[in-house]
Ligand binder design. Structure first.
Ligand code: MG
Ligand code: MG
Length: 258
């Protein structure tokens, strides 16, 4: 069963999404050489709590922080630490979730520390474009794996355009979201179109491709959380929470219009 939200409930999810966007914006502004991922975590948590919301990651299956901070070859689920200090040339993917009035938002972005290298810029752009293609395909009447197919197609197109080979991380993917963070259905970031449940207004899905500059193979570190590429190649991760409406996809974790 895929949860269907009323228009009012989607408005409530949008409010949660704005809190997540604000937290990521504040983290982005603080990303620079010499800053630890624990400091970024504090900024995100403070932003979320200042909005009267709760960081959904903190305590989730025992996760100890409000963001996942995944640096360089770390793909997802990196644990922020005072000893993990950013250096120029690093890239960092920050994933953040918040609960406001019992509704969830979930979003991730990849940032450069200093300047992106050409390869890292392409990697992040390809991942972001894949997410955007997935968002555009998240429309009423489509089948779920039409979204997967749109994501994969955009990844292949970016690889072609960039003259690079991107690894599509297969063990992790998008998910339904709403009254919980992780709900049915699971959304692979690749696949054949025309299959899966039909998308209907009131559904909400977190769309989150993860790409690497090398392998598709992943390894979970002994901390029980951090997922890395097995070949040490760098990874990027972009995510938005998206609602299906009669008027098309609604990006619930987009920043507030200024
Ligand atoms: Mg996330
Ligand atoms: Mg997610």
């Amino acid at each position: 069963m895929i949860e269907i939200k009323s228009p009012g409930e989607l408005e409530a999810m949008r409010a949660a999404g704005i809190v997540v966007a604000r937290a990521l914006g504040n983290v982005q502004a603080a990303v620079k050489a010499g800053v630890s991922t624990a400091e970024l975590d504090e900024i995100a948590e403070q932003t979320i709590r200042d909005a009267g919301a709760v960081p959904s990651f903190k305590g989730y299956h025992g996760f100890p922080a409000s963001i996942c901070a995944s640096v360089n070859e770390q793909i997802v689920h990196g644990i922020p630490a005072p000893t993990q200090v950013l250096a120029d040339g690093d890239i960092i993917s920050v994933d953040c979730g918040a609960i406001l009035d019992d509704w969830h938002g979930d979003s991730a972005m990849t940032f450069a520390v200093g300047e992106f290298s050409a390869a890292d810029a392409d990697l992040s752009a390809a991942t972001r474009a894949s997410m955007e293609a997935g968002i555009a395909a998240t429309v009423a009447g489509a089948k779920l794996y039409d979204v997967s197919h749109a994501i994969e197609t955009a990844t292949r197109a970016a690889a072609e355009a960039h003259g690079r080979s991107y690894g599509i991380v297969r063990e992790y993917g998008g998910h339904g979201i709403g009254s919980s963070m992780h709900m049915d259905p699971f959304l692979p970031n690749y696949g054949k179109p025309g299959r899966g449940p039909r998308l209907r207004p009131g559904m909400a899905i977190a769309i989150e491709p993860m790409l690497t500059l090398g392998t598709e193979e992943t390894l979970e570190l002994e901390d029980g959380w951090t997922v890395v590429t097995t070949d040490g190649s760098r990874a990027a991760h972009w995510e938005h929470t998206v609602a299906i409406t009669e008027d098309g996809p609604w990006v619930l974790t987009a920043p507030e219009a200024s």
